[in-house]
Design a binder for this molecule. Structure first.
Ligand code: SAM
Ligand code: SF4
Length: 330
């Protein structure tokens, strides 16, 4: 088992398989991003080896993310390889966070690999606004791909970043629309990660406002639904679905943190909101045996910090952390 100095068992690994993306969401990336040279990336076999080492050490849930995970060439071979841990009963859940652009192509293969629930990020259902937010994306194929994924048997949850003066007028409509399609929806506050054009404090919208607005339109009751993650859920009586809230800035969710994050170059971040990291690529490549890798993982978990220090501060100007969310995965 991997237990950190604060007694939290680390049972959840999120893996960013690429820092590249076919969208350029305004809160996530700058328009002209420089990406890592492909040679720096762990191969799909190496990603499998690191994930499998974590599973051997007690990780029960793997989430593949990015950048956009489905733009990584050959990504299905990683899902196919990792599905053996589901078959063996060593892994409870293999899942994915995606922008949905390539989902139609892969939905049935994902389901065949034992993927059951996926998160699709969608901040608006207005085509013009979608273009504004994602810069390079188109709404219509994403909506179609969500339906294809559902038809393939995948349970889809929508993730929406709440953006002041951008999608705040759509909050109620998004909840209704998700309900009509049998999906839960989780709202997320913007986090100060990485340089972007513009000022994040202009986009920041506390979810207390979102919740207050929803209360005027819907009957909300607290839900005891827990995914082991930072989201707190309410049931929406009118739609029969749930709404989740992830509030990194207004609520500290670190006490129950059970996760660590691996980048596509093999760097392990023990906290999304801290800079400390451990290199796993060197121990991985040092030997065909996994012993050095396991040792490096144990040493990293022993340094997992108690919590993050996110703060969106207009006076400070710069992001709290220089790396983008696409590096560590959302
Ligand atoms: N490309 C995939 C997607 O968009 O779902 C996976 C990676 S993306 C980095 C994962 C999640 O992080 C998305 O839901 C995205 O909206 C969210 N995200 C990105 N930058 C963020 C930021 N600065 N603050 C809050 N959420 C952010
Ligand atoms: Fe790409 Fe996801 Fe970031 Fe949007 S949020 S730019 S889709 S990685």
């Amino acid at each position: 088992m991997l237990t950190d100095p604060f007694g939290r068992d680390v049972t959840y690994l999120r893996v960013s398989v690429t820092d590249r993306c076919d969208f350029r969401c305004v809160y996530c990336m700058s328009e002209h991003m420089s990406f890592l040279p492909k040679a720096d990336l762990l191969s799909l076999e190496e990603l499998d080896r690191v994930c499998s080492a974590f599973v051997g050490l007690g990780v029960r849930k793997l989430r593949i993310t990015g950048g956009e995970p489905l733009v990584r060439r050959g990504i299905m071979t990683l899902f196919q390889a990792l599905s053996r841990h589901l078959d063996a009963g060593d892994l409870e859940e293999l899942t994915l966070t995606t922008n949905g652009s390539q989902l139609g192509k892969y939905a049935s293969d994902l389901a065949a690999c034992g993927v059951k629930r996926i998160n699709v990020s969608l901040d608006t259902i207005d085509a013009d606004k979608f273009k504004e937010i994602t810069r390079w994306g188109k709404l219509e194929p994403v909506l179609r791909n969500i339906e294809i994924a559902q038809a393939a048997g995948l349970t889809v949850k929508i993730n929406t970043v709440a953006l002041k003066d951008v999608n705040d007028d759509e909050i109620e409509r998004l909840v209704e629309w998700s309900g009509e399609h049998g999906m839960d929806i989780t709202f997320i506050e913007t986090m100060p990660l990485g340089e972007i054009e513009g000022d994040r404090t202009d986009q920041y919208m506390p979810l207390s406002l979102v919740r207050a607005r929803l209360r005027k339109h819907f009957t909300l009751t607290d839900s005891d639904h827990q995914t082991g993650g930072p989201a707190r859920y309410v049931n929406v009586q009118e739609t029969g679905q749930r709404v989740g809230f992830i509030t990194p800035l207004t609520h500290n969710f670190c006490e129950s943190c059970n996760r660590v994050r691996l980048t596509c170059t093999g760097t392990l971040y023990m906290c999304l909101g801290q800079d400390d990291a451990a290199d796993l690529r060197q121990p991985l490549r040092q030997s065909e045996s996994d012993a050095p890798l396991r040792e490096a993982i144990h040493a990293a978990i022993a340094r997992k910090p108690e919590g993050h220090d996110f703060i969106i501060d207009r006076r400070q100007g710069a992001p709290a952390l220089t790396r983008h969310m696409s590096t560590t995965g959302g």
